[in-house]
Design a protein around this ligand. Structure first.
Ligand code: FE2
Length: 380
């Protein structure tokens, strides 16, 4: 599968039909968290995101508070409840901190809603208009796996810092960027035998096509296994791999996630950089922890992937993984879970032509995750 000519395949898949859900990109990712103020500081100090907007008591919002942070094209929203009851509390109580909203930037939020709900999507919120002095935004939304939702955000008539109801927020403390550019892909973990159901959802309801699939023979170690399919929209800007657990001798990382998240949800967000060595060095220096890769991986990796532009020594020192397909190669690394529960983590990825997802690294990666699971006592 790593030899797929992905972009050509995508073109072929989409030339037949008109894209009924044109997506301009990821608008924002919203996490429901226990303490948004402190989470904002973590993403600011450790990851280099700069706060750009705020909404809370000072802006007239009574029940919750949100911080919006941005680095290049990546926008995170961190939201916490201010009251003991309500859906945000319920979400945090059940899932721990985690992604609630994957918001997609569209030209027409009303049409996006109609096209998806008429194809079977469950409505989360009907189209509505928000306005302030900076213009208006139209938002609508549908449910996806677990309690995760997609919002469609139409902001062509708006020039404020984020959304109506938010005010610009520029604290004195300035984040130093770490070179993160945009969201490359976002992965969902779903329950046993649910992968095909959710891939069909993205195909039928949102007009996505399947890029690649990996079965348990591709993604298994001596102990654990999973299956994965990658769904992409027409222009390739939005890629959603979907994982489900597969039978192995021990409990897979997907089962561990489902157990602690209490259901399906976003497993990892892959962030793109133009210089993975500089980015990962900066992140590590600021306290972000990455999965450990045994040094033996680097004894043979160049035999597998051929020549690369980078020196191997810093990649080895940082634990960056390398893979190649017929369009080029990629460099990638995975953090440990960034929340208290062993649920969500980040991937840092630098693509040098390759459009695939690092299949050649799966075994080394999952063995690294198993070592962490073993420390948590969740492997068996
Ligand atoms: Fe990934």
């Amino acid at each position: 599968m790593s030899t797929d000519n992905t972009s050509l395949k995508l073109e072929k898949k989409f030339q037949a039909a008109e894209d009924f859900l044109p997506l301009l990109g990821t608008d924002f990712v919203e996490l429901y968290v226990g303490n948004a103020k402190q989470a904002a500081y973590y993403y600011q100090q450790a990851w280099g995101f700069q706060p750009v907007a705020y909404s809370g008591l000072e802006t007239g919002r009574k029940d919750s508070v949100s911080y919006v942070l941005q680095q290049d094209k990546i926008r995170l929203v961190l939201t916490s409840p201010l009251q003991p009851e309500g859906p945000i509390n319920a979400h945090i109580n059940k899932h721990g901190d985690g992604v609630k909203v994957v918001a997609l930037w569209v030209d027409d939020a009303r049409k996006s809603y109609e096209e998806t709900t008429s194809r079977g999507a469950k409505s989360y919120v009907e189209p509505y208009v928000m306005e302030d002095d900076n213009g208006s935004v139209v938002i609508s939304g549908i449910h996806t796996y677990g309690e995760t939702v997609h919002l469609f955000v139409e902001r062509k008539n708006y020039n404020g810092p984020f959304l109506p109801g938010y005010r610009a927020y520029a604290p004195n403390f300035k984040a130093v960027p770490t070179g993160l550019k945009f969201i490359d892909h976002m992965v969902g973990n779903v329950g046993w035998n649910e992968m095909n159901k959710w891939c069909e959802f993205y195909a039928k309801v949102m007009g996505f096509a399947q890029l690649v699939s990996f079965d348990d023979k591709d993604i298994s170690t001596d102990y654990t296994a999973l299956m994965s399919k990658v769904m992409s929209n027409g222009n390739g800007r939005i890629k959603f791999p979907i994982n489900e657990p597969a039978e192995g001798k021990k409990k897979s990382q997907i089962e561990e996630y489902i157990d602690f998240y209490n259901g399906a949800g976003v497993q990892h967000i892959a962030l793109a950089t133009d210089n993975i060595i500089a980015t990962v060095t900066a992140l590590r220096d600021r306290g972000v922890e990455f999965l450990y890769v045994p040094e033996a991986y680097y004894d043979t990796v160049l035999d597998r992937v051929g020549e690369i532009d980078e020196d191997l020594a810093p990649l080895k020192e940082l634990g960056v993984l390398i893979d190649r397909d017929d369009e080029g190669y990629l460099l990638q690394i995975f953090t440990k879970p960034v929340l208290d529960r062993p649920t969500m983590f980040f991937e840092i990825i630098q693509r040098k032509g390759a459009q695939s997802f690092g299949k050649g690294n799966f075994k080394a990666l999952f063995e690294a995750i198993e070592r962490e699971q073993d420390l948590r006592g969740t492997l068996s």
